[in-house]
Design a protein around this ligand. Structure first.
Ligand code: PTJ
Length: 267
């Protein structure tokens, strides 16, 4: 039995936090396999913290954002799904399913460019069934002028030409840079007041492990919807208001917890 098996055996399915622990382990395994950057562990922990104060469920505002996001991706001429290490480790199959459903390529785009990471992520995506992976051929990469981080290296037939870029789980600089060069940006971020969340056209404040399967289902559901109806869905969505509503929801949840959290002691 190797170390990974040992760790998984220590994770009983009956544990009240089984799901959360399962995804933690995926991130830890991802670090060992070079898929996830070491900083990805910290990013995941930050996400968990926000998920906790959102009640660890997909709330109505996240659902509204998911609806608008899928409509925007279906309406786009050249949608692209940007993939980083955490995303590949947590939801590889769903990334491939979404890519197929909305006809958008997956492009590997990393903040931390450690040697071997692109190959490791490519393998994870290919094992999940991906056929069209961009961001892996240095000859086809170009740099975005208005960005200094490694994320500036983009595929000429992918993010560079894309009109709508889906950036699940992102750091702020690139969202701002993509907006400034005229791209539509859709983000998933559990932190509703991150720079990514604020800059994006549509911000899905939800855990990627719940949001991606919802997006895949909805993409199949909305596929036959005509263009004017898709446009209506997008036009009736207000990202700023949706984020403000999400913040209210967090406040309400914490207020409820102030009373409820201690009830457990009385049972
Ligand atoms: O793989 P790389 O090299 O491209 O690096 C990826 C990370 C995530 C390490 C890098 O982009 C980074 O450092 O990101 P940040 O600045 O920590 O931002 C990540 C954001 O994602 C934070 O606002 C977290 O709250 C949020 N987040 C973390 N886990 C999840 C999440 N949002 C949704 N679902 C999650 N599971």
């Amino acid at each position: 039995m190797n170390n990974n098996e040992n760790e998984n055996h220590a994770l009983p399915k009956t544990h009240p936090r089984y799901q959360s622990l399962k995804y933690r382990h995926k991130i830890i395994e991802g670090v060992k396999e070079l898929v996830v950057a070491e900083a990805g562990l910290i990013a995941h922990g930050r996400g968990e913290c926000f998920d906790y104060i959102l009640g660890e469920r997909t709330n109505i505002y996240a659902k509204k954002a998911i609806n608008a996001a899928v409509a925007m991706l279906l309406l786009a001429n050249k949608p692209v799904i940007s993939v980083n290490g955490n995303t590949a480790a947590l939801v590889p199959e769903e990334l491939v399913k979404l890519s197929d459903a909305i006809n958008a390529p997956l492009e590997i785009n990393l903040f931390y460019q450690k040697k071997g990471r692109i190959d490791a992520i490519r393998k994870v995506l290919e094992d999940a069934g991906a056929k069209n992976i961009l961001g892996i051929d240095k000859e086809k990469m170009t740099g975005l002028d208005n960005l200094e981080s490694n994320r500036r290296f983009v595929d000429v037939v992918g993010i560079y030409q894309g009109d709508c870029i889906f950036v699940p789980l992102e750091d702020g600089d690139r969202t701002e840079a993509l907006k400034k060069i005229g791209k539509k940006v859709i983000a998933i971020d559990l932190n509703p007041i991150s720079r990514t969340a604020i800059w994006a056209d549509i911000t899905i404040v939800d855990n990627i492990v719940r949001a991606l399967p919802e997006m895949v289902n909805l993409a199949h559901g909305l596929k036959e919807t005509n263009k004017s109806q898709l446009k209506e869905i997008i036009d009736s969505f207000n990202n700023k208001k949706n984020i403000q509503d999400t913040l209210e929801l967090i406040k309400d949840y914490i207020d409820t917890q102030k009373e409820d959290a201690f009830k457990i002691l009385k049972t």
